[in-house]
Design a protein around this ligand. Sequence first.
Ligand SMILES: [Zn+2]
Length: 172
Amino acid sequence: MDALKEYTIPIKGLGIGTHHFKFDLDKTFFSHFEESPILDCKLKMELMLDKRPEMIILEFITAGTMQTPCDRCLEEIALPLQGEHQVILKIAENAGEDDNLIVYITQALTEFNVAKYLYEFAILSIPIVKIDEEGHECDDEILAILDRRGRDKERDESSNPIWDELKGFKDN
Ligand SMILES: [Zn+2]
């Protein structure tokens, strides 16, 4: 992951206490991840790092927009993304990972790459329904066309001869 080296935090060198990092994520960042649902975007990720003697708490705050078709009218929109996610690094004898949110690190670890978490938490910040009530007004004409198409499709399916045949078969 050499291309993502800039997302490495020198955890060993940090003093006890809170530290603040900022990352700008754009399409170049997401191009490193295969099948990324985010292609183009303008995202800012803040990382609040709280270093304690036994653990390091990483709080990621996502803010910005991604380019995507509107779920209602299919027009390209800049969808707002917002999220807050946490990862805890715990000092342990053996390195390992527990359900992604607790990562065990050894005392000897000097740096930690957060690219994977920046990616995952950006993706988790995508709303299930991609509409932007405040910034985008759906095109009424397109909505009317899509609505008409949906109804035509329903009617076609209900009068499909194969379905009629199957229905007849079931009745017998
Ligand atoms: Zn729309």
